[in-house]
Design a protein around this ligand. Sequence first.
Ligand code: NAD
Ligand code: DAU
Length: 356
Amino acid sequence: MILVTGGAGFIGANFVLDWLASNDESVVNVDKLTYAGNLENLASLQGDARHVFVQADIGDSAVISALLQQHQPRVVINFAAESHVDRSIHGPEDFIQTNVVGTFRLLEAVRAYWNELEHEAKSSFRFLHVSTDEVYGTLSPTEPAFTEDHNYEPNSPYSASKAASDHLVRAWHHTYGLPVLTTNCSNNYGPLHFPEKLIPLMIVNALAGKPLPIYGDGMQVRDWLYVRDHCSAIRRVLEAGKLGETYNVGGWNEKANIDIVKTVCALLDELRPRGDGLSYAEQITYVTDRPGHDRRYAIDARKLERELGWKPAETFETGIRKTVQWYLDNPQWVQNVQSGSYRDWLQKQYAAKAST
Ligand code: NAD
Ligand code: DAU
């Protein structure tokens, strides 16, 4: 079986759903269930014996060690993190605790477990660390996209904490021989995305008749990848990645924020027109910029394509249409997230378990 951390969040949940849709290897899913963890994301796996959910902190060494002993995973994938840049600006402490201290403690627990494995299990074991392109800092409009050799120049508390975690993972390989792989991915979008991030926030605000807040001039550029393509890249790196290497993952979809928001508005105009006949773009509002806002990210994903044969399946046009449609089809998920009632799910879930 495999063990994933952070599998109740956006990318982790998409990964677990994808994994169990395409093979029968069980998943132990360890998630602290912070505000970003939502067990409703995994509701379709209720009663599926291949999915074992455990509410725990990656920084809780005793619990993580016990889980590793109990389940004997052949792989650990670390998705768990505090992931929102704006939150890291308002309160960096949680980012240091989870992304730095938590990753350190997880690495130590995994190292102790791995050291005790028998020869074959030891040599085939993998620890895959899921990271971000933000560790590379920002690009001017004309600079080439980030390769794996780009200097680390993180600019936000979030990206600095992720950069620190990448360095720890690297060091645990070089010093202790832990068989690690690291992926650095660009901006994901798709189903189950928490509506604090740009694309889901714009969809839910548009439908609610609220302003669509664009930071600064809206000309910051991000490189967008449909979340299921990120999941397929992680699976591929797990299968064939070279130990100790890092792989950049991206969609070759550089877009300015304002163009993303206009695209979302145009899709909503088509799929769920406003009652007054006006475009959702009328709701666009320019607001004060994010402090230290990185101007441009762009991923050069050629290494992953050349060495492991991975390519994204979705274009931005197909992926964004699916995403907008998913939010239109799942108003209850949105409502539960917005009202906070998704956090009752755990209680409901375990109350139901206790009574059977
Ligand atoms: P998310 O915020 O949606 O989910 C994070 C999950 O981790 C949540 O379920 C949360 O409960 C859990 N978690 C947080 N702290 C924990 C702890 N101490 N112990 C156990 N679980 C904990 O994040 P996401 O967007 O799904 O990102 C997943 C990973 O991918 C992160 O490591 C992030 O840095 C990385 N990443 C994200 C993107 C993106 O665009 N979203 C892009 C590249 C890389
Ligand atoms: O690049 C990968 C990273 O992408 C991940 O590592 C992070 O976990 C993930 O959150 C994301 O970071 P960003 O800061 O790029 O994502 P966010 O959705 O917060 O913002 C995208 C862009 O949109 C960014 O330039 C800020 C801008 N923005 C965002 C929000 C929430 C706005 O203009 N208005 C908004 O309301």
